[in-house]
Write a protein that binds this ligand. Structure first.
Ligand SMILES: Cc1cc2nc3c(=O)[nH]c(=O)nc-3n(C[C@H](O)[C@H](O)[C@H](O)COP(=O)(O)OP(=O)(O)OC[C@H]3O[C@@H](n4cnc5c(N)ncnc54)[C@H](O)[C@@H]3O)c2cc1C
Length: 240
């Protein structure tokens, strides 16, 4: 049996999900090798949730704190071996980050589609705003960035599917690029739509707010750059 104590803030779907994967320190003296992964069911005595957080975006997804107060869990709930939790978490992130990249491609495509159809029907100075080169150039950049992001996400996913042992760099690159694209494209979609883009009657202001979290969770984009940087150092270690 293990007894868990402590909290973890900001868990997506916290309180809604029935099953949780928790990484807890089981041996403080061992650093990263002292963390272990557990599966814990909602309803386990000693396991409760904090308040639903009030957020800028992804407001249809609950975010709550997980609270463990003398939460007793059977040994069978240990995932893998004791001490392997940090490694399991890193390996999970290597695969899940591409999924966040895909979220970026999706929200960017949605914002682009909304902005394009608006630009075709909004008449100013006697012409649809899409006829202005300034608007066309914004849409051209948005479309180009989305295609590049989609290609990188697919390439990283394909690389993971080959069963390659180390996918950290490719996964981080896909997450970093596609989510930065999502932020830029959604901001530009609001701009293409002018005041209408700022209004809740249209979907792009929500997409812009939703895009921001993609640059933050699953490791911030600064952390992705660190991961890529470390991989480059490793790759070039034996090259002159
Ligand atoms: C809505 C939401 C949902 C979330 N869902 C989950 C979830 O389901 N599961 C989960 O485990 N976590 C979840 N998180 C937590 C999320 O992963 C973290 O917030 C995120 O990794 C950033 O950590 P932090 O907030 O502590 O930022 P901090 O670490 O405090 O970072 C602050 C700033 O410093 C920068 N920084 C920090 N360290 C470095 C460094 N070494 N090098 C360069 N720059 C650095 C960061 O990039 C950032 O700009 C969620 C967060 C939010 C807001």
């Amino acid at each position: 049996e293990y007894v868990l104590n402590g909290t973890k803030q900001w868990i997506t779907n916290g309180g809604d999900a029935e099953i949780y994967t928790v990484i807890a320190i089981t041996d403080k003296s061992k650093g990263p090798r002292g963390a272990s992964a557990f599966v814990i069911e909602k309803g386990t005595p000693g396991f409760t949730f904090g308040k639903k957080e009030n957020k800028l975006g992804i407001r249809s997804s609950s975010t709550r704190e997980l609270i463990f107060d003398n939460c007793r869990i059977p040994k069978d709930n240990l995932i893998g071996k004791q001490g392997m939790g940090f490694i399991a978490a890193m390996k999970t992130l290597d695969k899940s980050r591409v999924g966040v990249g895909a979220q970026g491609v999706g929200v960017a495509q949605g914002a682009f589609d909304a902005a394009t159809s608006f630009a075709k029907t909004r008449i100013q100075f006697g012409a649809p705003v899409i006829s202005f080169q300034a608007i066309q150039h914004m849409l051209a950049d948005m479309a180009t960035h989305i295609e590049a992001a989609r290609a990188l996400v697919y390439a990283a996913a394909k690389f993971i599917d080959t069963g390659a042992k180390d996918v950290s760099k490719e996964s981080a690159m896909a997450k970093l690029f596609a989510t930065d694209v999502a932020m830029k494209v959604t901001v530009d979609a609001v701009q293409v739509m002018g005041g209408s883009g700022y209004m809740k009657e249209y979907p792009v202001e929500k997409m812009m707010r939703d895009a921001k979290i993609l640059q933050i969770y699953e490791g911030t984009n600064q952390i992705q750059r660190n991961v890529i940087g470390q991989a480059l150092i490793k790759e070039t270690a034996n090259k002159k």
